[in-house]
Design a protein around this ligand. Structure first.
Ligand SMILES: [Zn+2]
Length: 252
């Protein structure tokens, strides 16, 4: 029988037998992803990454994902549902605090959505300051990380970037083909000048609810992305185990 790692599917008996000493959580969104990807894409991908990582390391449980994100900058596109910055920061803080109260003190966050980066930063920094013994790490932007992990020729347009673009469409279509409508894929590579980061609203960049080129997406690319990202997090967890979760001065 496959070991149970997902909180929602676990009984207390399973939890006791699982010997869990660390947790992983996906943080997603509920927002428009163009004409071709499901509204839950960010949650689906981050949770799938968390599930696969946990299946490959001992003692890691998967917390229920955060299904809503800070998506106000996407809400010109239907059917985006958004939490305010303060709300999701509070949700994250409460979920982390509860997890720590249950005795799990090593927690990895897999974020699936750009609007959550600042709330995750605020929540994790304040939790770490309140509970200095806790180990917290966050993969803030897998879509940027995969560009470093895969050879540049993997993607055809804009390094695979974009909201519902080539990369994201590939990984969603690979994991959940039953939810995609790839025949309707359309996107645009936005004009974003080099320099300090422009604080856009998404309808300033695209009329389609998607940026980048989702028509170049494929399951093969998605499979490579998924595998390389899972390997990246798994090897991080394994190396931290070897170091006894020590880093910085305590690792000397
Ligand atoms: Zn997305």
């Amino acid at each position: 029988m496959k070991k149970k790692v997902y909180h929602h599917e676990m009984t207390f008996s399973d939890f006791k037998e699982g010997g869990f000493n660390k947790a992983i959580i996906g943080v997603g969104s509920a927002e428009n992803h163009g004409f071709h990807l499901p509204f839950g894409s960010d949650t689906l991908v981050s949770h799938a990454l968390a599930m696969e990582v946990a299946s490959r390391v001992d003692g890691m449980m998967v917390l229920p994902p955060v299904n809503y994100g800070m998506s106000r900058h996407y809400d010109n596109f239907q059917f985006t549902l958004s939490l305010e910055f303060e709300t999701i920061t509070a949700v994250l803080r409460d979920v982390l605090t509860s997890t720590i109260r249950q005795g799990i003190t090593r927690i990895i966050i897999i974020n699936g959505h750009d609007g959550n980066i600042a709330p995750i930063e605020m929540a994790t920094r304040s939790i770490k300051n309140a509970h200095p013994h806790v180990f917290l790490a966050s993969l803030d932007a897998w879509w940027e990380k995969m560009g470093e992990l895969l050879p540049p020729e993997t993607f055809e347009v804009w390094g695979g970037l974009g909201h519902a673009g080539e990369g994201e469409s590939s990984i969603v279509h690979y994991l959940y083909p039953q939810f995609t409508r790839m025949e309707n894929a359309r996107g645009v590579v936005p004009e974003l000048p080099e320099g300090p980061q422009i604080k856009w609203r998404f309808n300033e960049l695209t009329p389609y609810g998607a940026t980048g080129d989702p028509t170049k997406a494929s399951k093969e690319k998605g499979k490579k992305m998924f595998e390389v990202l899972v390997d990246y997090v798994v090897s991080f967890v394994r190396s931290m185990e070897e170091k006894g979760w020590n880093y910085g001065l305590s690792a000397r």
